[in-house]
Design a protein around this ligand. Structure first.
Ligand SMILES: Nc1ncnc2c1ncn2[C@@H]1O[C@H](COP(=O)(O)OP(=O)(O)O)[C@@H](O)[C@H]1O
Ligand SMILES: [Mg+2]
Length: 363
């Protein structure tokens, strides 16, 4: 196994069984010091269980977790260099903001002045300077979550574990808090491990994302790489919108794979080792497809269809185009610049894309 000298967390073949259910199933990866790392996946895929094992609230059934090169087996939660922030605002209702934030420091033998200056600095970090004397009940949801963050940060953990911390906030506030959280993480330089089921949130915030499904990690990559180069259908469909053509490899030549599908024959860049006859999918994002009434230029993948619906989305227009031989219509997203020629619903169109924009998925 390659040594990651800058890995602050190493997860080695970790599983967690609850009776017969593997909530986490043979997961291995490292988290780099100082990065904003997200665990992303649908509800029930094992994100919280994995996070709780990092925190020390659960023990792995199998495998090993190292933090700062130290094996964590037998190390209780309060002796780990981690702190956790939960979705629900886990702050004490009977304490004011300052007391809440200082709570985590009470067992450390810090002087009064040191405690005070740390609390002030933590409140400043989360933009709550001046709120120290407020009661918990006098705070909005966003402010309470800031208090929870400050309370975790005041202990100066090496790793902050966040379990859907913005999940209870409404959309507008959540987006504001996302920006703040990212800024905060950059400022403090602490490694964040962030759990979310919201792919947009993960794409916005993260340096890297682990996409999880049924207790397993499907892919770990940077946001842009995950979007541009998903390694399987499940990731392709979970991150953003994706059109998929099911087909068989017809030929492999000169860095290109030709795929025969029910909608026609298309070419796609060659990546994974693959042979003729293999069942595959060609994946293409809606914004990489072009629509035109005119016959396409040679060299493009092209398929004929009929526009069955279109939706105005302010900055872009989304078209659904029915293709002969395909069960699902293709989604095509077009930026609205004002210069494009209108396309009416029910009209016949060509859908085209340069071969290099498609992706070959073998699983
Ligand atoms: N304490 C537990 N006892 C039994 N099953 C659990 C327990 N905690 C989680 N699970 C199960 O493990 C799976 C993963 O749960 P969880 O880690 O909470 O997923 P996520 O956070 O991704 O929604 C689910 O099937 C869940 O029901
Ligand atoms: Mg969860």
């Amino acid at each position: 196994m390659a040594e990651h000298t800058d890995a602050v967390i190493e997860i080695r073949d970790v599983s967690k069984l609850f009776g017969p259910v593997a909530a986490v199933d043979g997961v291995s990866f490292g988290i780099i010091r100082g990065e904003f790392f997200s665990l992303l996946g649908p509800s029930g895929c094992g994100k919280t269980t994995l996070l709780r094992m990092l925190a020390g609230f659960e023990q792995p059934s199998r495998g090993e977790i190292l933090i700062d090169s130290q094996p964590m087996a037998g190390v209780p939660a309060n002796k780990r260099p981690t702190n956790m922030v939960f979705q629900s605002y886990a702050i004490f209702p009977h304490l004011n903001v300052e007391e809440n934030v200082g709570y985590g420091l009470r067992n450390r033998k810090l002087g009064k002045d040191e405690t005070r200056s740390r609390v002030v600095a933590a409140l400043d970090l989360v933009k709550l300077s001046g709120y120290g004397k407020r009661g918990a009940h006098q705070l909005s949801g966003g402010q309470r979550q800031r208090v929870a963050l400050a309370r975790a940060l005041v202990c100066r953990p090496k790793v902050l574990l966040l379990d859907e911390p913005l999940g209870a906030l409404d959309k507008k506030l959540r987006e504001e808090m996302q920006l703040e959280l990212r800024q905060l993480q950059r400022n403090v330089g602490i490694t964040f491990v962030f759990v979310t089921h919201d792919q947009e949130e993960a794409l916005t915030l993260s340096d890297r994302i682990a996409v999880m499904s049924s207790g397993k990690v499907l892919q770990i990559a940077r946001s842009d790489d995950l979007y541009e180069n998903p390694n399987c259908r499940e990731v392709a469909e979970f991150i953003g919108n994706m059109n998929l053509f099911e087909g068989k490899v017809a030929a492999v030549a000169q860095g290109n794979v030709t795929i025969a599908t029910a909608a026609g024959t298309f070419t796609v860049p060659h990546v994974a080792p693959i042979g003729a006859g293999n069942a595959v999918h060609l994946a293409i994002r809606p914004e990489k497809l072009a629509l035109s009434a005119d016959k396409p230029a040679p060299g493009l993948n092209a398929v004929k269809g009929r526009v069955i619906a279109q939706t105005y989305l302010g900055d872009r227009r989304q078209f659904l185009t029915q293709i002969d031989g395909m069960a699902k219509p293709l989604a095509i997203s077009r930026q609205i610049s004002g210069a494009e020629s209108p396309i009416s619903t029910d009209s016949d169109v060509w859908v085209t894309w340069p071969p290099q924009l498609g992706r070959l998925l073998t699983s």
